[in-house]
Ligand binder design. Structure first.
Ligand SMILES: [Fe+2]
Ligand SMILES: [Fe+2]
Length: 321
């Protein structure tokens, strides 16, 4: 059985087709896929917090409506992704427990504080921009439900990136104080954004296996380079400076050279010691506890419905009472 399954799995990858939930797959593939999708889902849900803090303080009704829609999109992305993880046999409640008990990670970027409204714009521009670089290739990821979820999610992420850029453009054509606020936010978010692509390839032991399984299509360093090349001209158009003295066009390579992020900081934040880790998890834990009664009510209702359906079938005589 396994022999046939394994052959079919290998063939699916070779033909660049999608692995579906009912197909045989190696345990390692299933585990890797559940972990990656769960971490992605957690990132979407935790990612609602930094910007969500600004919904009540948005400067205009228009900005409030846009931000509200954006944060709601992120909730939708999280729910999509938890559903994709469920197709692999994962349990949503269990994944949430892993998150709030610190046993499963989410993107390090959301452990930084949002100090001004310009941070909303910079998150849209840089953080959603980096997410797009990461996620567009995932639309061709080998696991079907994940790849299909990514197509929808990427469409919304491009809206997020545009809204961020438009907000920053507006602020940059405002007062000198507004321009300074934007530059300050760019200074704080630039390096954490580069860290979103993960450790350097030499320090990323799982990349080779994920590429062989066609879960991942490009290495961390390739995607980071793509992001830098895409972002530098946007920074120039905006009139902000990216805080990297080593940033320079390299005509020979046809790419921008750039400095290395502080990888010690990356490891610290990922290990739970970033500026906002404790707050983010405490907030998520509170939300989970607050929602317990809704989940219990839904489960009780579902049980009642299925009991009623069972009784109706029994009354019709289609099943023995
Ligand atoms: Fe998202
Ligand atoms: Fe987004």
């Amino acid at each position: 059985m396994t022999g046939d399954g394994e052959r079919a799995f290998t063939q699916t990858l070779e033909r660049d087709q999608r692995v579906e939930p009912r197909d045989w797959m190696p345990d390692g593939y299933r585990r890797t896929m559940i972990r990656q999708i769960a971490q992605h889902a957690h990132s979407e849900i935790i990612g609602m917090q930094p910007e969500g803090e600004w919904i009540t303080r948005a400067p205009t009704l228009r900005r409030k409506a846009i931000l509200l829609a954006k944060v709601q999109d992120e909730a939708g992305h999280g729910l999509y992704l938890y559903s994709a993880a469920e197709t692999l046999g994962a349990d949503r409640g269990d994944l949430t427990r892993r998150l709030i008990e610190g046993r499963q990670k989410y993107s390090s970027i959301f452990n930084y504080p949002t100090l001004t409204f310009a941070d909303v714009g910079v998150i849209g521009w840089l953080v959603d921009g980096a997410a797009i670089c990461n996620q567009v290739p995932l639309c061709r990821s080998s696991f079907g439900p994940y790849a299909r979820a990514m197509i929808r999610i990427c469409k919304e992420e491009s809206f997020h990136q545009r809204q961020g850029y438009e907000l920053l453009m507006t602020m940059m054509t405002g007062t000198p104080a507004q321009r300074e606020t934007v530059q300050d936010a760019v200074n704080r978010w630039w390096w954490p954004s580069l860290m979103m692509f993960g450790p350097p390839d030499a320090d990323s032991p799982n990349t080779a296996q994920s590429m062989a399984w066609k879960i991942k299509r490009h290495t961390n360093d390739e995607l980071r380079q793509r992001f830098v090349d895409m972002t530098v001209p946007q920074a120039q158009a905006l009139g902000v400076t990216l805080p990297d003295g080593e940033l320079a066009w390299n005509a020979e390579r046809g790419h921008y050279d750039f400095g290395a992020p502080d990888w010690a900081e990356f490891k610290r934040v990922l290990a739970g010691d970033g500026p906002m880790n404790a707050r983010r998890i405490a907030h998520r834990r509170r939300a989970d506890a607050d929602g317990a009664w809704v989940r219990e009510a839904a489960a009780a209702h579902a049980a009642k419905q299925s009991r009623a359906a069972g009784q109706a079938r029994a009354a019709e005589g289609s099943v023995p009472a």
